[in-house]
Design a protein around this ligand. Structure first.
Ligand SMILES: C[S@@+](CC[C@H](N)C(=O)[O-])C[C@H]1O[C@@H](n2cnc3c(N)ncnc32)[C@H](O)[C@@H]1O
Length: 185
């Protein structure tokens, strides 16, 4: 992630996809899918469709792994992908990596309160200058819903600072190692 963290230039979706595949994020997506499957099984009545939000979704690689894992066990869901970069969303949408594609800011989400069962974000910790990221996570998560932040890159463990931000927003931390998982209680 160092190259992109330095430049913040996501104007070339093909280039980002190649970079993400080099970082093995295609495989990581299936691991994330297993985590989502486990959490959905714990908390939700699976006869209903679950609402998943992924922000900073880029070219949609995570959506592929998560969707495939849920389809395997017949978990109905709607996958909403949000990114600030329209060209990345277009790339994902052209490949049907998800259901809804929304260009917007994850620090000011365009959703009603209590809209999602699962919220996923990865690799975007450096893009949150306003301090409204976690209050927005909590606002859009349903009660009982889960926030999932896989840790990637050179620091693959959740930092104390990140944990503090989660706790300050009122979410409850349920796991804090190479996955930060929190619940809206
Ligand atoms: C390093 S990439 C990570 C993408 C993907 N989650 C992954 O792990 O490959 C950071 C992503 O955050 C997006 N991004 C940056 N600022 C954002 C914001 N304020 N709201 C939503 N997305 C943002 C970028 O467009 C880019 O897709």
């Amino acid at each position: 992630m160092i190259f992109y963290a330095n430049t913040g230039d996501y104007s070339d979706a093909d280039r980002y996809e190649r970079f993400a595949l080099d970082c093995k994020l295609g495989e990581k997506a299936f691991e994330i899918g297993s985590v989502v499957k486990y959490l959905v099984g714990k908390i939700l009545n699976q006869s209903k469709s679950i609402e998943i939000l992924e922000t900073a979704s880029a070219t949609g690689l995570t959506a592929v792994g998560v969707t495939e894992e849920l389809v395997k066990v017949n978990i109905k869901h709607t996958y909403t992908s949000l990114d600030i970069e329209q060209n990345l969303l277009c790339y994902a949408e052209a490949r049907k990596r998800g259901d809804n594609f929304i260009q917007d800011d994850f620090e000011n989400l365009p959703f009603t309160d209590n809209a999602f069962d699962i919220y996923i974000v990865m690799g975007a910790g450096g893009y949150r200058p306003k301090g409204t990221f976690y209050p927005e996570v909590r606002r859009v998560l349903k009660v009982g819903g889960y926030y999932i932040m896989p840790q990637i890159g050179p620091r693959s463990f959740t930092s104390t600072h990140e944990k503090d931000r989660v706790l300050n927003s009122g979410l409850i931390i349920v796991q804090k190692n190479n996955y930060l998982i929190a619940q809206n209680i």
